[in-house]
Design a binder for this molecule. Structure first.
Ligand SMILES: Nc1ncnc2c1ncn2[C@@H]1O[C@H](COP(=O)(O)OP(=O)(O)OP(=O)(O)O)[C@@H](O)[C@H]1O
Ligand SMILES: [Mg+2]
Length: 332
């Protein structure tokens, strides 16, 4: 069982304490605890199925956990859900709402749900329309919008009522590059005065937007640290991907790669249509591409590609798990 660092301060806007959610016999969120203070943008990272969406749904008050305790600004989310939920804005993973409503009409409807005072409602809606770049589509039916615009409507509805907590489940999915930049900037600005938690699979997004990271795996917090700490732990690693034609060469290639000084963690990452892709790790700035190419030419192996890249999030995650980084953080 993982013991997570105890909540650090009294200024925490979000307290998520020993929360468990079971589906059948399986704990999808498993005794998970964290706290988020005002002014923090926390990145929720973890592989598919880690429990991010489930934890975020619980935090939004969408459903109750099997056990545990959640507080928003000191208000118990399950004892006083109406007051607590008024302080929370939630952008769900899949934005599916009222396709037959027009954007402006829908946002107006949300002001009612969020308890925005009657005389503030028009201004509130117009403000969010501008803030989320929805002016051009404000009269259109939600069901006819592109995915990117629907995502913006999702964000706009989450912002209605200026909640002190924002829960954003993969907020940049489906947006074009320009929109992604704008939304990230908006999240950073919003995060100065709120407690924000956002889930993502994009490591660079975490570096750009968040000031703290919670890595979760099988429903538990495995690591928690600042973005700087995480980056410091990763920046010395590179991955080299080597693709060869012919699965029959797997053994020979593995034996060759193992002999190269500085090549570590050699493994097959893909076998597809007669091609086989290996990954090996190196310590930055060591670049083994020339040695690899020379060795393959010398051994007359059908080399298709040698590419240097950063480790993917999944690989970093596994590496951290393997290196005991999580134990290190937990003890901190
Ligand atoms: N209603 C449900 N009934 C049973 N199992 C569920 C249900 N909802 C989610 N799960 C399971 O809970 C686990 C966690 O799912 P969750 O959607 O929270 O993961 P996630 O971290 O958000 O993943 P992703 O990165 O793919 O969005 C998964 O194994 C999923 O299959
Ligand atoms: Mg999810």
């Amino acid at each position: 069982m993982v013991t997570v660092r105890k909540p650090r301060s009294a200024e925490g806007v979000v307290r998520f304490e020993s929360v468990t959610k079971n589906y059948g016999k399986r704990a999808v969120v498993d005794n998970l605890s964290f706290e988020i203070a005002r002014g923090e943008v926390v990145g929720f990272l973890g592989p598919n199925g880690a429990g991010k969406t489930t934890a975020m749904r619980i935090l939004s008050g969408y459903f109750a956990p099997s056990s545990g305790h959640v507080e928003i600004e000191g208000i118990d989310l399950f004892k006083d859900p109406r007051r607590a939920k008024q302080r929370v804005g939630y952008l769900p993973e899949t934005v599916r709402f009222y396709p037959d409503m027009r954007v402006r009409e829908y946002l107006r409807f949300v002001t009612g749900l969020k308890g925005v005072p009657e005389k503030r409602r028009t201004d509130e809606v117009e403000e969010k329309i501008t803030q989320c770049g929805l002016s051009e589509v404000s009269h259109r039916l939600i069901g006819r919008l592109s995915k990117g615009y629907r995502q913006r409507v999702g964000l706009a509805q989450a912002l209605i009522g200026d909640p002190s907590v924002l829960i954003l489940d993969e907020p940049t999915t489906g947006l074009d590059p320009k929109q992604i930049t704008e939304i990230r900037e908006l999240i950073r600005t919003l995060g100065r005065e709120r407690a924000v938690i956002l889930s993502t699979h994009i490591l660079s997004e975490v570096s750009m937007v968040c000031n703290r990271v919670l890595m979760i795996h099988q429903g538990q917090v495995l690591a928690s640290g600042t973005v700087r700490e995480l980056e410091a732990c990763l920046k010395d690693r590179d991955a080299i991907f080597v693709t060869v034609r012919g699965p029959e060469h797997e053994r020979v290639v593995t034996d060759l790669l193992v002999q190269i000084p500085g090549a570590e963690n050699i493994r097959v990452v893909e076998r597809h249509e007669g091609e086989i892709r290996f990954c090996l790790e190196t310590s930055h700035p060591l670049d083994l591409r020339p040695e690899i190419t020379e060795l393959f030419v010398k051994n007359r192996l059908p080399l298709l590609e040698v590419r240097r890249d950063q480790l993917t999030l999944e690989e970093i995650f596994l590496k951290l798990l393997k290196d005991g980084w999580f134990q290190m953080r937990r003890a901190a």
